[in-house]
Design a protein around this ligand. Sequence first.
Ligand SMILES: Cc1cc2nc3c(=O)[nH]c(=O)nc-3n(C[C@H](O)[C@H](O)[C@H](O)COP(=O)(O)OP(=O)(O)OC[C@H]3O[C@@H](n4cnc5c(N)ncnc54)[C@H](O)[C@@H]3O)c2cc1C
Length: 533
Amino acid sequence: MGEVMTSVDARRYFATDSSIFNLPPALVVYPRNENDVRKTLRFSWQLAERNRAIPITARGSGTDQSGAALGSGIMLVFPAHMNRIVEFDNKSGLVTIEPGLNYGKLQQTLETHGRFLPPYPSSLEYSTIGGAIANNASGEKSVKYGDTRSFVKGLRVVLANGEVIETYRLSKRELNKKLGLATFEGEVYRAIDTLLEEKKDVVEHSRLLVTRNSAGYDVADMKQKDGSFDLTPLFVGSQGTLGIVTEAVLETETYNPETTLLVANFDELQHAQAAILALRELPETPSAIEMVDGNLLAQVERINPNLLKDIVEKPLPKLVLLVEFDNTKEHQQKKLAKKAAKIFEKYASSHREETEREKQEQLWKIREASATLVGHTDGQARAVPVIEDGIVPIDKFAEYLTGIYTLFERAHLSVAVWGHAGDANLHLQPFLDLSQVGGRQMAFRLMEEYYKLVISLGGSTTGAHGDGRLRAPYLSQLYGAEIYDVFKKLKQIFDPYNTLNPGVKMNVSIDDIKPLMRHEYSLEHLYDHMPRS
Ligand SMILES: Cc1cc2nc3c(=O)[nH]c(=O)nc-3n(C[C@H](O)[C@H](O)[C@H](O)COP(=O)(O)OP(=O)(O)OC[C@H]3O[C@@H](n4cnc5c(N)ncnc54)[C@H](O)[C@@H]3O)c2cc1C
């Protein structure tokens, strides 16, 4: 068995992730292998059978901003030992990994083989693949390549009772075999098959009209018309609430560092929206359509006047788009860039194109300036992640931004917005002092109004970061009672004793999360508490 810790220090350290919550675990386990995970879950199940449930929370690097990497019971910490690349097949591009593997390390290894994993989050250097799978993470490249779910081909998962299963797309015949098993796995397949059959109409209408989504459970992609069945898409994005992942097989893509970057300035939000919609209609979607707004540029200029000097034009535009093409054929890339330039001639106030890597790096600083803002402190106030990841249908992009500006104006707070414009998945973090009652109350007021706005526009409360504890109270509002009920039944099937990350995703109210709120917020101590393997 790997190390087990109950020290006050360890428990205090794992009481926070990158969210606004605080919840110390009872003990911390660093599993050495799948058998350790299996034994821990079996132990928890047996206690639960005797009415003494102890929850299990899996943890990667704890960069989760929704409070999903916190739990009051056993914390299973993966990066210490279960952090290997198990296999890489250069021919098929498939890579098999353990969940505690650092995402940045995997990316580096893949790149040396001319491959990469496109849906990487911007936190890749500090986070694990297991966390990305559990959150269905996505990032700047997802506009072209899709989210994590699109890249996970199979999983090894430890179920609540300690049984290990392998998931991949099963043919109808293979499914029938599973349905006949006398194990918990068999029970799970039978119950889900029945649920999907009974709630066919509800499940078919459970997809939100957004291009990426980490809210709820992906119930719509398990069963396909040909009768095939796969639990993999369900586990991706489930935040450790249905089972614990011990291994994953992922697809990768060809990596091309030779790209074309276009930067366009806009004075009108409607014009920016028209350009985004036109860019998405190109024969090939750009590999990135990122944005920052003028407020972000102005705030960053105040904090660090040198950072964007000579990079951004004056007067500051209302919005800047950064658009990249990565087609491996140079002439194709050129052609696409030319078409994009035409779009900008029509809608943007100015634009420029860059193919030289060093100059591109300078321009990317515009987008990366958001990190300066997030790391900034204003007295006791800090940028806090409470409304940081909403997404809406792309044709609502301008309305979404206008709604955000109105909301902040009403609250007499300054606002800055950045993110994945090509998916209308925007990031923002209000500056609040959580040590003050007023700051904490404001956080909840903003959440209430912001999530109402996102839902009213037909969007999702989270494009990538997950529901966790933070957004779980809005899940039934987002999906409606019928779909929420399917989620509830699903959770009950996998986790009858509610031992898998309880308080995350399902059955959570605002009153449940209020007492967990931190009275300070910082990420300072996060990355330095791993035992050496
Ligand atoms: C500055 C910053 C920027 C970010 N940018 C992005 C971004 O661009 N895109 C994005 O999607 N996210 C982003 N995030 C959120 C987060 O970093 C990512 O979702 C990341 O993938 C989480 O990985 P982690 O290793 O830190 O997971 P953790 O925070 O440790 O855990 C995340 C979730 O995964 C579960 N989990 C971990 N391991 C397992 C396992 N083996 N089995 C089952 N469940 C498991 C946990 O229980 C938890 O629910 C950002 C966060 C920060 C702080």
